[in-house]
Design a protein around this ligand. Structure first.
Ligand code: GUN
Length: 291
């Protein structure tokens, strides 16, 4: 059994990006610049955004964090995005989700210029992905593909079961794994809350991507011996023994599933780090669109 270690795989991506930035600077260019917008002060969002900004700095990108109060007017947020869209010194824009309920998430996402949409959430970019065109791929599924590539996991002809149909993870993941590409060519079953025979489907899977946000959901009795397990879950579960008062738990019952799997991602230290790697690669891609 191998542990699909996000630390090692993401370090390899970051190293190559760092080299690209050095090359850009050496040839007289400027640093790629990512802007993250954070509305409100949700603890998990704060942590993710801080990590994105820190990773940008580590590889030599410029990064800015723009914070707004939870009560921000939608028009004011859209105005800020418009300014960033028109600023040639800004390459990538991301609005951390979830947004407070009074804001229309779809409208906000559609306001980001598709060429600066490094999250790959804009319908134009999603459409390109579905059409098999080069585009920004949503960072988590992109990171998972980079992980499969790093560990040379064979996907051709395999049956992949994706649990969860979110626009951010499950749906794009199903498209990527079924694509006619080096780490695609799977037969994909996309499962969700209305799937009636989930256990049977999982037992047929060579690869399982668990992205439903239910801690410990995927148990050993649902997994075929030798399956590859990708755990996207990052739920904060209260834990009084932990310094922060919570622990991050994945969607997979790790210990028991690891005994049956041929490869598995840990939580933390797995997919989360690859998500950031995907975002950084998208930011460099955005820079290159105009340079
Ligand atoms: N919230 C959870 N995941 C993501 C992500 O990949 N991008 C953004 N912008 N918000 C998120």
């Amino acid at each position: 059994m191998i542990i699909l270690d996000g630390k090692t795989a993401s370090a390899s991506v970051r190293e190559s990006l760092k080299k690209s930035v050095e090359d850009i600077i050496n040839s007289g260019g400027r640093k790629p610049h990512l802007v993250a917008i954070l509305v409100g002060n949700d603890g998990a969002s704060e942590t993710y955004v801080a990590s994105k900004v820190k990773n940008c700095e580590e590889i030599g990108f410029e990064s800015s964090l723009i914070r707004f109060d939870t009560t921000i007017d939608e028009g004011d947020l859209l105005n800020e995005i418009e300014k960033l869209n028109n600023n040639p010194l800004i390459d990538g824009i991301l609005v951390q989700l979830p947004l407070p309920k009074h804001l229309n998430t779809e409208k906000v996402i559609e306001f980001i210029h598709p060429d600066k949409d490094v999250d790959g959430f804009h319908p134009t970019n999603v459409g390109k992905l579905v059409s098999g065109l080069d585009t920004f791929i949503s960072a988590t599924p992109y990171g998972i593909m980079l992980m499969l590539e790093y560990y040379k996991i064979e996907t051709k002809g395999k049956h992949a079961v994706v649990i969860g149909r979110s626009n951010i993870v499950g749906r794009p993941m199903s498209i990527l794994l079924s694509g006619n590409t080096a780490y695609g060519n799977c037969t994909v079953t996309l499962c969700h809350s209305h799937t009636t025979n989930l256990k049977e489907l999982c037992l047929q899977a060579d690869i399982i991507v668990a992205a439903l946000g239910k801690p410990g959901f995927l148990t050993a009795d649902m997994v075929k011996s030798g399956a590859v397990i990708i755990d996207v879950g990052i739920t904060r579960v209260p834990d009084t023994t932990a310094a922060k008062g919570f622990r991050i738990k994945g969607d997979v019952a790790y210990n028991e599933v690891a005994e049956k799997a041929s490869a598995i991602t840990p939580v933390p230290g797995g997919v989360g780090l690859m998500t950031i790697a995907g975002l950084l690669k998208n930011t460099l891609k955005a820079y290159k669109l105009t340079h």
